[in-house]
Design a protein around this ligand. Sequence first.
Ligand code: PMP
Length: 391
Amino acid sequence: SSSASTMAFLETKFQPSRSALSEVIDLDHGDPTMYERYWQQIGDRATVVIPGWKFISYFSDVRSLCWFLEPEFANAVVRMHKLVGNAVTDGRYIVVGTGSTQLFQAVLYAVSPTNASEPVSVVSAAPFYSSYPQITDFLRSGLYKWAGDAREFKSDVPYIELVTSPNNPDGLSRAAVVNQDRGVLVHDLAYYWPQYTSISSPPEDHDIMLFTVSKSTGHAGTRLGWALVKDEETARKMTDFIVLSTIGVSKESQLRAAKILQVISDSHEQRGGFDAGEAFFEHNYHLMAKRWKQLRAAVEKSKLFSLPEFPHGKCEFSGRTFASQPAFAWLKCEGETEDCEGFLRGHKVLTRSGKHFGESTKHVRISMLPRDEVFDQFTERLASITSSSST
Ligand code: PMP
C-alpha cells in the first residue's frame, strides 16, 4: 500500500547511517550524500548566518510576479545558468518551489485545461521517473490523470508530456515523443549539469524547464527547485498553486541555496578564495567519472549484469568530449534472473525495480550518489556476485 511505502521511505531517509553500519547497502533512493565531502572541504566559505529579525515577512519582492522569490536566489540562479550555458534565462519568469516536486504539481495545475469534461492525460516515455505517476494520481484530480508511456499514447486529445533529460532512471538524453499539436511539454532538467552529461550548444530553450538543487549541488534537504517559464499566464498560475498550497517557499532555504549557487559560480571564476582544484562541476565530474569506471569494472568482473552505453558528446562548458555518467545506473540482470531487485536484495543490495518506471523487472535503478564508503562497498559486492543461483 502507499502508506507502507511512505513508511519504508521515511525509515531509510531518517537512518542514513544504517546501511554503512550493517551489511545492507541501500541504493534505492537517489539521496545525493556523495556531495557532502565536497561541501565539507569548502567549509565556512559556504556557511550562511541568519539573524533573528530576518525573514519575518511572507513577502520577498511584491513587484515580482512570483512575489515570494528572493531576489538574491533569482540572481544566483541566472548567474549559474549563464556560467554553465545549459538553459536560457533571458525573458523567463523564475518560479521557486519546495523542491522541483512542488513545481511539478504547480505545472500540472497551471497547464491543465480549465473547461475540459475529462482530466487531461499526463504521459512520459518509459522508463519514466517513478514519482510522476504517483504524484499525478495521488489526489485523484479532476484536472489531470496519469496516462502512462508516451510512446503508447495515440489519441488526439490534449495531453501533457514530461520530458526528463538526462532521464531518470536510464540516464539517456531525451526529446518529446508524442509530437502532436495539442500537447504541453514540461522539461524536467534536474540532471542537465556538467558533472553528469555534456552541455551542448545552444542552451535549452523550452517553454517550461524544471531544475532543483537536489541533483545540481547535492542539497536535497534544502528542498528547493526553480522553474524557468516562458509564458506569463503559466508562471502566474504556478505561483497561485504555491500560494494556495504553502503561501510561498522558505526564505531560509532560498538564502541558503543562493549562497551555495554563488559559491559554485565563484569556484569556477576563482573568486573569493577558491583555487582551480575546487571548481564544483570539475571536481564532481571527476568523481562521477571515477565511479562509473569503478561500476563498469565490477559489472565486467561479475558477468551477470549489463549497463547502458552512452554516446559521446562535446561539452561546451568544459570543452571535454565524454559519454554521460548519470546519477543513476540502470542495471540489467542478464541470463535467467527475472526479478533483478529480488536477486540483488538476496545479496543485501537494495535497489528499485524497473517495474516502478514502467519497465521490466529485469532492470533495477541504482543510485550513483551515496557516500564514498557505501559506493566502494557496493562495487566490491557487485563484482563478487558471480553465480545467479540464490545464496
Ligand atoms: N525530477 C526528477 C527527474 C528527479 O529525479 C527528482 C529527484 N529524484 C525530482 C524531480 C525531485 O527533486 P526535488 O528534490 O527537487 O523535489
